[in-house]
Design a protein around this ligand. Structure first.
Ligand code: HEC
Ligand code: HEC
Length: 392
């Protein structure tokens, strides 16, 4: 071997070594903890992507600028998709909160551990940060907007503890959850990256889930595009140029009949829970079942309507399969019940009484209202890799 060939061989070996070093992302290097313990199981980047929430200008100012932390959110993503954190190893948060469905479940009732069913319809998670004092965004103080159909959880910690320990959902005790997290090879690296050390606590699990779900922002919709043109305080009453004629008609119907509960299209709502006249007698008493107060029977959380097109079926029991059926409920089906919200009543001058409101919409108007509801569909969250299943 000539000196030149030897030099060339050394150079080649050196270059190959470098390449291996750069390629560490795709080869398992037993000496490297990320490569060996995380990448082997999970499709997550060594450096987590930003989970910063891009709030539209017209929402900015409602909340302080606290932002999800990238490493905590990435840890939250793994916890959210980890089926090992359930009694039978078959159920994760994502089993009932599917990304493609606005993080709701496309069936009326969801299946938890051992095939047991939930008693209510799973809820969409896009924009849930608007519903709780998450991430220290507790601008609402103790009045942080509660979670669940009956508003029984006041933080993601309360809510997640309930999901892990509910015998029809994940079926574990919190000590069992901690023990499982401690034995999975990937968590020590992820915890160290997110929190500085490998200690697993309940608090840290809930914080990570808070940061992950807090980053699920559903603000990339046709409606948001229209509102964005209006600057910090868009006029929602004018016809939007990017809307079809039907969508603009639907918007006026929404502003006239729905906005009081489901919120001005550009901010969170003013009424957070109400009885919207679904049933009599009650199969599910909602808030009344917890408080024992008869006048709270039938009261449920008013859900935000971002991504509503993706989150069928609808209502706490998933009774309506389509948005058309929902619109027909408000048009002609609201039932007279004690405690029916005043905004769903109208005064009848002949009988001198308040009766459930009938909207008497034409077919075209009903379709227009549905068309407007579909302008709230976010086009990014459902396919954003940062929120997808990281397990290999
Ligand atoms: C077996 C199905 C199932 C599993 C598993 C599950 N959920 Fe849920 N989730 C639901 C249902 C059903 C509701 C509504 C329950 C109610 O109101 O009583 C809900 C409600 C929620 C809410 C409240 C949303 C709101 O706007 O009020 C959040 C947040 C949530 N789940 C997050 C999670 C997280 C995090 C996990 C994992 C730790 C999880 N869920 C596991 C079915 C499930
Ligand atoms: C008085 C307050 C109120 C008004 C007014 C109102 N809603 Fe609702 N809406 C609610 C409540 C409360 C729920 C949840 C009820 C339940 O599930 O038991 C709900 C649920 C819904 C849902 C299902 C959400 C989901 O995630 O399953 C849709 C869609 C909806 N409303 C659309 C509308 C439309 C469209 C209008 C106007 C025609 C309207 N609402 C008017 C209070 C109201």
């Amino acid at each position: 071997m000539s000196r030149f060939t030897l030099l060339f061989a050394c150079l080649l070996a050196f270059l190959l070594a470098c390449r291996k070093e750069n390629n560490v992302v795709t080869t398992i290097d037993p000496g490297d903890e990320f490569s060996n313990k995380v990448e082997r199981y999970l499709n997550v980047p060594r450096i987590p992507p930003s989970y910063k929430v891009q709030l539209p200008t017209y929402v900015k100012g409602l909340f302080p600028a606290a932002q999800p932390n990238a490493a905590l959110a990435q840890l939250g993503r793994v916890l959210f998709y980890d089926k090992k954190l359930s009694k039978d190893g078959a159920v994760s948060c994502a089993s009932c909160h599917e990304q493609a469905h606005g993080f709701a479940d496309p069936v009326a009732l969801s299946t938890g551990v051992s095939g047991l069913m939930t008693t209510r319809n799973s809820m969409a998670l896009g924009n849930i940060q608007w519903f709780a004092g998450m991430l220290g965004l507790d601008s609402l103080g103790n009045a942080a907007l509660p979670l669940f159909w009956d508003s029984r959880a006041f933080s993601v910690a309360d809510q997640s503890r309930a999901a892990f320990t509910n015998s029809h959902e994940m079926g574990l005790t919190m000590p069992e959850v901690l023990a499982i997290v401690q034995t999975q090879p990937y968590y020590s690296w992820l915890f160290a990256q997110a929190t500085g050390d490998t200690v697993v606590t309940e608090d840290r699990i809930f914080t990570a889930l808070t940061h992950f779900m807090g980053a699920m922002s559903a603000n990339h919709s046709k409606l948001d595009a229209a509102l964005a043109l209006g600057g910090a305080q868009p006029d929602i009453n004018i016809d939007f140029q990017n809307f079809t004629a039907a969508e603009n008609i639907g918007k006026q119907l929404y502003l006239a009949n729905c906005v009081s509960c489901h919120g001005s299209v550009n901010s969170i709502q003013k009424i957070f829970e109400a009885n919207n006249g679904l049933e009599k007698p009650y199969i599910d008493k909602g808030k009344g079942a917890i408080s024992g107060k008869f006048y709270e029977n039938g009261i449920f959380k008013v859900p935000g309507l971002r991504n509503i097109e993706l989150t069928a079926p609808y209502m706490h029991d998933g009774r309506f399969k389509t948005l058309e059926a929902v619109v027909e409920h408000y048009n002609s089906g609201v039932i007279e019940v004690f405690g029916l919200h005043g905004d769903l009543l109208s005064y009848d001058p002949i009988t001198l009484s308040y009766d459930p409101k009938r909207l008497n919409l034409t077919e075209t108007e009903k379709q227009a209202l549905v068309a407007f509801l579909k302008t709230m569909t976010d086009t990014q969250l459902g396919t954003d890799a940062r929120f997808s299943d990281p397990f290999r």
